[in-house]
Design a protein around this ligand. Sequence first.
Ligand SMILES: Nc1nc2c(c(=O)[nH]1)N[C@H]1C(S)=C(S)[C@@H](COP(=O)(O)OP(=O)(O)OC[C@H]3O[C@@H](n4cnc5c(=O)[nH]c(N)nc54)[C@H](O)[C@@H]3O)O[C@H]1N2
Ligand SMILES: Nc1nc2c(c(=O)[nH]1)N[C@H]1C(S)=C(S)[C@@H](COP(=O)(O)OP(=O)(O)OC[C@H]3O[C@@H](n4cnc5c(=O)[nH]c(N)nc54)[C@H](O)[C@@H]3O)O[C@H]1N2
Ligand code: SF4
Ligand SMILES: [Mo]
Length: 696
Amino acid sequence: MSTYTEQPDGIFKTVCSLDCPDQCGLLVHKEQGKIVKIAGDPEHPVTRGNICNKVRHMAERIYDEKRLTHPLKRVGPKGSRQFEQISWDEAIETITSRWKALIAEHGPESILPYSFYGNMGNINAEGMDRRFFHRMGSSQLERTICTAAGGAGFKHTVGGSIGADPEDTVHTKLFIFWGINAVSTNMHQITLAQQARKQGAKIIVIDAHKNQTGRLADWFIPVLPGTDTALALGLMHILFAENRVDENFLQQHTLGHEELRQHVKAYDPATVAAITGVPVDDLYKLARMYHETTPALIRIGNGLQHHDNGGMNTRAITCLSVLTGQWLVAGGGAIRSNSAYLSFNSEALQRPDLLVKRNTRSFNMNQLGRILAMKEQPVHSLYVYSSNPAVVAPKAGQVREGLAREDLFTVVHDLFLTETAAYADIILPATSAFENHDFYTSYWHLYMQIAEPVIETYGESKSNTEVFRLLAAAMGYEEQALQDSDEQLIRQALDHPANPGLQNISYEGLLEHKYIKAHRPYIYPDRLDTPSGKVELYSSTLEQMGLPPLPTYVPLKEQDDDGYLYIPGPAHNYLNSTFSNNAKHAGMEKAPRLYMNTVDAERHGIVDGDWVIISNHNGSCELMAAVGETVLPGVVVSQGLWADTSDYQPTHLVNALTPDRLSDMGGGATFFSSRVQVQKRHDVVADTAIEASTAL
Ligand SMILES: Nc1nc2c(c(=O)[nH]1)N[C@H]1C(S)=C(S)[C@@H](COP(=O)(O)OP(=O)(O)OC[C@H]3O[C@@H](n4cnc5c(=O)[nH]c(N)nc54)[C@H](O)[C@@H]3O)O[C@H]1N2
Ligand SMILES: Nc1nc2c(c(=O)[nH]1)N[C@H]1C(S)=C(S)[C@@H](COP(=O)(O)OP(=O)(O)OC[C@H]3O[C@@H](n4cnc5c(=O)[nH]c(N)nc54)[C@H](O)[C@@H]3O)O[C@H]1N2
Ligand code: SF4
Ligand SMILES: [Mo]
């Protein structure tokens, strides 16, 4: 059964499936059965006809000759990329007979799924797959690689993923982009801010790197990585000391304001300046500006979450965001994730009831390397889909060692022969989202959207839902839930009276309108989803978990090492590792740069364009120095999860250096909390032809 329904040529409305808050409405132009152009939908209230360069060039990826067209089986050593074409029947039979044998010998927990949001369509990302692995009773996966730390920090403060409606931010007068590279990662929030700027709004960026977002700010505030909690506490100190808090709001809507008032006395400006690198005068200026401007919005990004103290960083900033009462004002308050407004019936979609064994073991995806290295009750089979862990997971060297295990039966379902797929025993070709039926829920704007297939399935590729239906049948699982159609899955997920925000949204309505906004009759709800129903400045829940109940600065773990603090962030022209294997996008991205301060570069005799090796106890990789003043001394930053080179070497694998420690809350990733040594490569000459913006 194919999900493809006959579509003529023309222009079709659909959705961008990438893991990006903007979740754009798209117009896909199709001629002779093929996509010839992808543009923003001018009628979509948030997209307003603009999309990023990545997706404007996405047809290159859809029709890339490297795209997988058939199932493959491995015929050489793991990692050698020697595969032979097989039929779907043979692929499904090979996988399921192996799984049946493993289940008989070691039990279902010897099998581990590994996935993330390579495709944000809900039924493909977290629908039929969840049903299947629940029914199997496989080891379960904690999907914590992205926003788990911040999600927890935010939840313990305001109860869940709610915040300002981005569309209201045209009225905002002060934007604080905090740990977010929004020009690259949330471009429509920048469009809205630029519109507000015409009415006098100011844009402040607080970041460890003066990148494309910092460069457009009215005021860029460089901060030392992992010190944001201290910065937020210092600002709260000044707000309380100068009576710049909204006492009414604190009284009515918060818990623990008196404790917080006392607690922040310890974070005086001089102490905070020494920790954060932000001068005392700037602390006063920022606190006063924040108090004096309304609506003031803090857009909390992922950068400050990917740290040892990422949960607390998010929590401290969230506490700051309520002190002046801005959550009561349209266009004020904070935005971290808005996913709660569009929350759907995930129990109906994922069917956790199919998992019979209560204490089935579960693994944190950030520790894939150590999971695959386990000697006791080892994982014998790994099924990877919608993710590329050989590139994106921390401690990538250990991940690849695990993937290279001859006794690990690995299946990878993807559109491409990724770095992870290179280690697979069986590779299955995946459809692109333009070939699927699915529904989408943005975690930033408030629109639910639907997509129907725009083009025919590519080669013999299949969607995630379709592959799990086949696997379920071949495993002999007889539950109807494992054969439900895509339409049934969507309808079941939408049937969710518990979220009144969906009251205007139906399957038929979505088919007709393509996007529908969540119903939200308030700016600030009557009751938050915290235990007290209020903003918890003091959290007894955290206290019971052994964490500080009040926002408290805890330094990063690797302090005594004399290496540079290293932030390997995402790139403008890639989406995590997606597009990194595509010539057009790699060409736009030019070279893997390492931003470093002039003072540090001079010490090592490094000039702009030099190739450098960065290394630490986890591994090493090679990058090209971008010398200037975009980072503070002692900090180095790279952008991009780069593909292995054309001879399949992991030369620019930044995650070779990242730690697999978990964050303070939520089991989140700590990609940005490592330290590295930097060394010049003397055997190659500097490449001065590639310019990188390195000026202040
Ligand atoms: N073009 C593009 N867009 C994307 C992605 C992509 O790969 N490329 N990825 C998507 C995904 S999955 C996600 S989660 C989002 C992530 O997008 P963002 O939320 O923007 O997160 P990052 O880009 O990881 O980091 C944001 C900024 O945090 C800074 N930073 C790092 N550590 C600290 C710190 O301790 N304090 C402060 N204040 N700043 C710090 C970094 O320098 C960086 O500029 O983007 C999504 N959109
Ligand atoms: N150093 C460092 N590492 C990071 C980050 C960072 O900032 N720095 N960011 C982290 C974050 S925030 C995230 S979210 C993760 C993201 O990590 P991943 O989720 O692994 O994201 P991608 O690299 O985009 O890989 C997605 C894969 O899914 C495939 N795919 C797309 N659609 C489908 C589909 O419908 N079905 C199937 N089967 N496959 C599909 C794509 O081809 C691609 O190979 O990376 C994390 N890793
Ligand atoms: S990646 Fe983001 S900005 Fe680009 S089209 Fe998709 S949703 Fe829009
Ligand atoms: Mo992410």
